[in-house]
Design a binder for this molecule. Structure first.
Ligand SMILES: Nc1ncnc2c1ncn2[C@@H]1O[C@H](COP(=O)(O)OP(=O)(O)OP(=O)(O)O)[C@@H](O)[C@H]1O
Length: 248
């Protein structure tokens, strides 16, 4: 039996009267890992931002665990901690140590017990090989280390759904692997992840399902193996070819 965590219906979003997202319909089941793929400018980041309440939608509905998310009712304030988002830029507080960065959300915002949160945070840091950096400041870390801290920061909020928006896009190539490996590890647990990435081999490896967007619309939604082996639409075929993606 499946258990839907997120359901989006007929979502529309425009900027300056230009439609950016059109009739977006999809759902994500608990524990699923979904790759959101598509050419640059197709609306992937805008969609993630709408799902996290960072952008208002023009029309349509978003249901989180069956509850209709209504901006006017301020449902987002309650739901935002349930949906973690990791961005391309790590956005760590520069004047706080790694550990302090990890504690702010759970302790200050979620009002959770500090020593419990700290224990959990240190456990995560150990798991990602950064326990010795807990007292370091962000500017003492490499880009890959900062991004792993940003992912751990989101994990410390214990979100039910995590959104990743091109989290390796600003990293030097040698640091991409360590971040992707962490997400691959998370994908093997029961976490529910929606991942925007331009790294096709990673998308292939990490996800159960692909949602392919172009020009603000969902063009294709299928299992990952089907999408990469035999994309249904010409748009998706062209997209994969333009990236020289070779299915090995
Ligand atoms: N705040 C904004 N104001 C006006 N236009 C915007 C805004 N944010 C995004 N857009 C436009 O919306 C379209 C979709 O952008 P978006 O960043 O969502 O695409 P994307 O698929 O994530 O692209 P990329 O893969 O390059 O990150 C683009 O044409 C972009 O210029």
């Amino acid at each position: 039996m499946t258990d839907t965590i997120l359901k989006v219906e007929n979502l529309y979003k425009s900027f300056d009267k230009k439609e950016i997202l059109k009739d977006i319909d999809f759902s994500i089941e608990k524990g699923q890992v979904v790759a959101l793929l598509g050419p640059s400018g197709s609306g992937k980041s805008t969609l993630l931002r709408c799902l996290n309440g960072l952008e208002n939608i023009d029309s349509g509905s978003i249901f989180f665990e069956g509850e209709n998310v209504d901006l006017k009712e301020k449902t987002w304030e309650k739901l935002r901690p349930e949906i973690g988002m990791v961005f391309q830029s790590y956005d760590l507080f520069p004047n706080k140590t790694v550990l302090e960065n990890l504690l702010i959300g759970p302790v200050k915002v979620q009002k959770r017990n500090k020593s419990d949160v700290e224990r959990n945070a240190l456990k995560w840091l150990e798991r990602v090989g950064l326990k010795d950096k807990s007292d370091s400041y962000p500017n003492q870390l490499s880009g890959g280390q900062k991004q792993r801290v940003a992912i751990v920061r989101s994990l410390c909020m214990e979100p039910k759904l995590m959104l990743f928006d091109e989290v390796t896009a600003s990293l030097d190539p040698e640091m991409v692997k360590e971040v992707l490996e962490l997400i691959l590890e998370l994908a093997k647990t029961d976490k529910t992840l929606l991942i925007v990435t331009h790294e096709m081999s990673f998308a292939h490896k990490v996800s159960d399902r692909v949602i392919f967007m172009a020009d603000g619309e969902i063009i294709e939604s299928s299992s990952t193996s089907k999408f990469f082996k035999n994309p249904k639409t010409q748009r998706a075929q062209d997209f994969l070819q333009s990236l020289d993606y070779i299915n090995l």
